[in-house]
Design a protein around this ligand. Structure first.
Ligand code: SF4
Length: 232
């Protein structure tokens, strides 16, 4: 119980540090009431994001796709941005690529609800283009706040854009994937985006490499390595 309380104190401290980082100088508390509950750190990040218009991507989106999953997940997956299916559903990774990601998570012996899934930008870029540097810069504080709030033991980046945004590198993905990099106190495993894996079919080598990345994540967490990933 003491450990659980300490965890909340740590998360709340991280949230306040984020508020200072974005320039907040005053904290407004909600009106007290018997039914009023304080937001969790992750909910607080969502509230801070609000109906965001901080970059031009707000014009091309239908819905902000914030992220979903266990707010205390051990693994966080980060893609680049919502596509058409995700924009329609308001949920990350629900289209064809999302179905492959779900399959990969199951192959790890886990359920989607046990991990946390989000993207670098929360609004769909028009025509599914790559998010631009200034759009990424606008949205990054929210991804960083999500990472602080969930505080996963490993972040898995999916694709080049998520890896370069989080690791602040221009190195090609094939040079940095398959090994852990550090980002503060959280190890980051860059891997392929599931839509890239789908585009490479029927070549099975990229999927085998992605599964090798995920096996390293399982080993790092001391989790058993199921054989199901060999059939992805
Ligand atoms: Fe705001 Fe991020 Fe959407 Fe840009 S992409 S409008 S910063 S939520």
């Amino acid at each position: 119980m003491v450990q659980r309380d300490e965890n909340w104190v740590r998360l709340f401290r991280q949230y306040l540090q984020y508020q200072i980082h974005v320039g907040l100088t005053e904290v407004l508390l909600p009106a007290a009431g018997p039914d009023r509950q304080l937001s969790s750190p992750l909910e607080a990040v969502r509230e801070e994001l609000g109906d965001c218009t901080r970059c031009r991507l707000h014009r091309s989106k239908t819905t902000i796709v914030f992220g979903e999953g266990d707010p205390r997940a051990r693994i966080m997956f980060v893609g680049e941005g919502p596509g058409a299916d995700e924009d329609g559903a308001g949920r990350p990774f629900v289209g064809r690529a999302g179905q492959l990601l779900t399959k990969m998570i199951r192959a790890m012996g886990m359920d989607r609800s046990e991990v946390y899934i989000t993207n670098v930008v929360k609004c769909r870029p028009p025509e599914n283009r790559d998010p631009k540097d200034d759009e990424i810069a606008c949205c990054m504080p929210f991804l960083e706040a999500q990472i602080r709030a969930v505080h996963p033991e490993v972040v898995v980046t999916l694709g080049r854009i998520a890896a370069s945004a989080l690791l602040k590198t221009t190195d090609p993905l094939n040079r940095i994937r398959g090994q852990f990099h550090s980002r503060g106190d959280i190890p980051v495993m860059p891997s392929y985006h599931p839509s890239f894996l789908l585009r490479q079919e029927p070549d099975r080598r990229p999927k085998a490499e992605a599964w090798a990345d995920l096996k390293m994540v399982l080993a790092r967490l001391g989790l058993p390595i199921p054989g199901a990933g060999d059939k992805l």
